[in-house]
Structures are given as C-alpha cells and as structure tokens.
Design a binder for this molecule. Structure first.
Ligand code: 13P
Length: 325
C-alpha cells in the first residue's frame, strides 16, 4: 500500500491535477437545474458517469474528488465509482466536510462542520476505496472581515480534519478558500490570504499534521469579482506565488488551486503564468471544479445526443490545464 506521502506526490506529479466533482446534493441539484436537467439521484449519477468515462481523462487527471452519494453509486456497467477510477489509474477522493454553516454570533461568516464521527467515516471511506479527502473552509473579505474568530475556528477544524484523515490513512486536501465575492483589491486578497495561510500552518503544526502527506488547495490571489481594477494575469500569478512563498513550508509536496468562480480560460492562464515565476519548492497544479466541468455540463444539458461533445468539452479543459503546467 502506498504511504500518505507517496499518494500525495502521485496526486500532483506528471503534470496532472485533480478534478473536483464533489458538489453536495444541494449544489449539484442547482447546477443541474440551471441547465434544465431535473435534479434526481439518477441524473446526478449519470452526470458523474459522463465525467469519469471521458476518454483519456487519466492523462491529465490524477484524482477525482467525489461526494458521499457518488462514492456509493455505480456506473451503468455495474462497477462502483472508486473501482472504475482505479481501473483508469485515477485516485478516488471523498469530500468529508458537511458544509459551511453560520458561525455563532457572526451572521456574515461561516465555519465548516463535519468533525463529529469523522474518525468512523474515514474508516468507511477507506473501505469503499477512497485514498484522499477534502475539507473546504471559506473566508469572506469585507470591512472587518474575515474576523479573527472565523479564521481561528476554521483553521482549527481544518487541522483536526487533516490529523484524523492521516491517522485513518487518507491524504487530506486542506482547502482554505478566500472568496472572490466583493470589490476588494488584489492587495487586500493577498493580505487576507497570507494571514489565513499563516494561521493555518501554525495550527497544522500544533496538531502535528505531516506536511509531506497532505495537499494544500488554496485560492489564487486575485482581485474581487466586482473590483474595477482587475490585475493582469502575470501580476495575479506573481502575487499568488509570492504569497505562497511567504507562507507554505517546502515540505508540502503540492499546491492544487481551486478555481473559485474564475472563467475556465482565466484559471488556466493564471496556472500557466505561475509556472514562469521561478523555481518553486512545491508542485503547482489544479484542483478545479467549475473551471473543469462547467463547459461539459453546459454542453450536455441532459441530452444523450450531447454526451460525446460534453466529454470533449471536459477534455479540452483538462488538456489545457495539464499543458499550462
Ligand atoms: P471550484 O474550482 O469550482 O472553486 O471548486 C473547487 C472545489 O473543490 C471547491 O471546494
């Protein structure tokens, strides 16, 4: 059996990246409805089957993060999703948090839940074929936000999650997402991202998480969606790399970015530009959700006749991101 460090390295090496297909039932239902597909269990299953059976996906995708429901579903040929991925040489991951919930006394901030019973769930996920896991915490930028208590509460949960996963044999993907919502500048995003990552790595050290057996999944440092001054691709890329150099220890094997609502093309261009920012101690790759699968969902729209075109749309993004690396 591979060690945690070997699995972590496998997830980020050979120019491959991770595909996030772990939308909760609620989020997946709205995405299906947005393209006119009824949000049933079966339609979620079919859509996930479209993704994992995309030809040559394993050339650019090392791992796919699944949701709990998908991990228990089967492809039309009867194989479970983890078994089908294993046949392809793609690692199966599992989202283990139970969502970002309002933080007590802080109506504009959230804390991610899911620690209760996690040790037992990790055991079950390993038995179902998962080799890595994901937990996402979110931080909003605003006047006085994020608050110290939201940062502390979320990094504490991330570090305890990471420890429980490593104890049970799963590589934790640790995802602190500073959201793009708002009109904040690139500099403000950098300041908040730096503070969150510093606090996160202090907490990971306190909880004795092995950094060589985890993957960091941060936001890229970009200006808020509504900021009138959008930085050039090279500037955002350089600022992101500078922020990571300031905060992420070299023993972390890989950093796999979320796309966070950037267009698929822009996320790929940022990833490409970062590879030109000098020697880096970690692999820099992608763990995109929307920026990988968005075009495929738009193309499919629940119509069997669009199946192959939708898989081609996913392939185009996957190949472009691997090339950007
Ligand atoms: P996006 O790339 O769509 O931000 O999703 C990545 C992810 O896994 C969010 O938790």
């Amino acid at each position: 059996m591979a060690t945690l460090a070997e699995t972590a390295r496998a997830l980020v090496s050979n120019r491959r990246g991770i595909l996030a297909a772990d939308e909760s039932i609620g989020t997946m239902s709205s995405r299906l409805e947005s393209v006119g597909v009824p949000p049933t269990d079966e339609n979620r299953r079919v859509y996930r089957e479209l993704i994992v059976t995309t030809p040559e996906l394993s050339d650019s995708v090392s791992g796919i993060i699944l949701a709990d429901d998908t991990l228990r579903q089967r492809l039309s040929d009867g194989r479970s999703f983890p078994a089908a991925l294993a046949n392809l040489g793609i690692l199966a991951g599992i989202k283990v948090d139970t969502g970002a919930k309002p933080l007590a006394g802080a109506p504009d901030e959230k804390v991610t839940e899911g620690l209760d019973g996690l040790r037992e769930r990790v055991k079950e996920y390993v038995s179902l074929g998962a080799t890595f896991a994901k937990w996402r915490a979110v931080f909003s930028i605003g006047s006085e936000l994020p608050s110290e208590r939201s940062v502390r509460a979320n990094v504490h949960a991330l570090a305890r999650y990471a420890g429980l996963c490593q104890e049970g044999g799963l590589v934790p993907i640790v995802e602190p997402e500073v959201l793009m919502d708002g009109a904040h500048s690139l500099a403000e995003c950098q300041q908040v991202t730096r503070a969150v990552l510093r606090s996160l790595f202090d907490e990971l050290a306190l909880m004795q998480v092995d950094l060589d057996g985890m993957i960091l999944k941060p936001n890229m440092v970009v200006a808020g969606k509504d900021c009138p001054e959008q930085p050039a691709v090279e500037e955002a890329a350089q600022t992101t790399v500078d922020t990571l150099r300031d905060t992420v220890p070299p023993s972390v094997p890989g950093i796999a970015f979320l796309s966070g609502g950037q267009s698929p093309e822009l996320a790929t261009r940022h990833l490409g530009a970062m590879q030109n920012c000098g020697e880096l101690p970690w692999e820099l790759t992608y763990s995109f959700g929307r920026a990988l699968v968005g075009p495929a969902l738009e193309t499919w729209r629940g119509d069997d006749g669009n199946w192959e075109a939708a898989q081609r749309a996913l392939s185009v993004r996957a190949v472009a991101n691997a090339a950007a690396r």
